[in-house]
Design a protein around this ligand. Structure first.
Ligand SMILES: *Cc1c(COP(=O)(O)O)cnc(C)c1O
Length: 365
């Protein structure tokens, strides 16, 4: 059976480097906020051309702390795409602000044409999720943020090093949020996350918020600080991946290219890449009528598939209090019932890729 993901394969590609980095941390006796976190922050911000980076414990808390640092709170509204992962929305509601959902475009990203109607006097920010690895077309979104004086935020958890008009995602607005969950394009060996910004004041604020609201030991300046630090072990291991980021990213792009060239089945709609955007292919998402039949066919062919995501946030139980119902976001709801993703991970063999293409092409025949 071909799995949907296998983190061991990429580990093996650079095994010596990972093991040496880990051993060094173990032997150093210094495990929280040390040289590796500092070096990671410098290397990561440099790699995406952002001025500052704060390493945090995971992507969800990156979003939560960023929104907190902007003072967004109770009674404020934040525009977010309806088909994102729940964590984007959790970052909003953890600050007791209200998410206002917008439908996606044909590239599964936020549809710039659907936003303006949703802007009210309470709107404080737009958070864009560059979903499945593809940069969002930012043209209209940038214009609207300027016109209505809104903070632009980017959830880049799935899109490390994707670009819009040659500029890397995470650098368009006030904050870029990253996750290094093991299966992300750049993944840690445990949880990890980062916030990037060009704004020095906000940088300082987030540095405090992740560390009990303090920069100087035992001087607590900010209310509601958290313990949301990236640890030395994850930082050291992530530095290895950042160093190999081009190979790691290009390998996934090559798999996607093979799928795009090889899959040819009229029952299946392949993913498309928008004008001026690149994709780093975190996920390879297909759209089709009878998903259950397809999933079963693939299993019969020895291929596991996955769904990102079967239940959209507005219909999730935790957001019942927002009062949304089935039919409120028909495009998002349609997608949640008709999309499915193929295995795409570092270290896949050519044989596996060929087998998957053959299986997809034999569906319905
Ligand atoms: C994974 C993910 C997150 C959350 O990151 P964690 O590190 O798992 O907390 C947020 N947003 C999106 C779009 C994600 O895919």
């Amino acid at each position: 059976m071909i799995p949907c993901n296998d983190s061991k394969r990429l580990f093996k590609q650079y095994q010596d480097e990972f093991e040496n980095a880990a051993l060094e941390v173990l032997r150093s006796g210094w495990y929280v906020l040390g040289e590796n976190v500092k070096a990671f922050e410098e290397e990561f911000s440099k790699s995406i051309s952002s001025r500052f980076c704060v390493g945090v414990d995971n992507g969800t808390n990156a979003i939560k702390l960023g929104i907190q640092a902007l003072g967004i709170k109770d009674g404020d509204e934040v525009i977010v795409q309806a088909n994102t992962y729940i964590a984007t929305v959790l970052g909003i509601t953890a600050n007791r602000a209200t998410p206002v959902f917008v439908e996606p475009n044909d590239f599964y990203n936020m549809d710039g044409d659907q936003i303006e109607d949703k802007i009210t006097k309470k709107t404080k920010a737009i958070i864009v999720t560059h979903l499945y690895g593809q940069a969002t077309n930012m043209e209209k979104i940038l214009t609207l943020c300027k016109k209505y004086n809104l903070f632009l935020l980017e959830d880049c958890a799935q899109s490390h090093y994707a670009e819009y008009k040659g500029k890397k995602v995470g650098t368009f607005g006030k904050f870029g949020f990253f996750s290094f969950y093991p299966t992300k394009n750049i993944g840690a060996f445990g949880d990890g996350g980062a916030i990037v910004t060009d704004d020095e004041e906000l940088y300082k604020k987030v540095m405090m918020l992740r560390n009990y609201g303090s920069t100087i030991r035992y001087q607590f300046e900010l209310e509601n600080g958290s313990n949301s630090r990236l640890d030395e072990m994850q930082a050291a291991l992530l530095r290895v991946k950042i160093n190999h980021r081009d190979e790691i990213t290009n390998e996934k792009i090559a798999i996607a290219k093979a799928y795009l060239m090889g899959i040819n089945n009229p029952l299946i709609e392949l993913p498309k890449v928008d004008k001026d955007c690149t994709s780093v292919w975190h996920l390879f998402v297909l759209k089709l009528d009878d998903r259950d039949a397809f999933v079963k066919h693939m299993l019969d062919c020895g291929v596991k598939t996955d769904i990102h995501y079967p239940i959209p946030p507005h219909l999730s139980k935790c957001y019942k209090y927002l009062g949304h119902k089935v039919g409120d976001y028909p495009k998002t709801e349609y997608l949640s019932n008709h999309i499915v993703d193929l295995p795409i991970f570092n270290g896949m063999t050519n044989e596996e890729i060929e087998e998957i293409i053959k299986a997809v092409n034999s569906y319905g025949k």
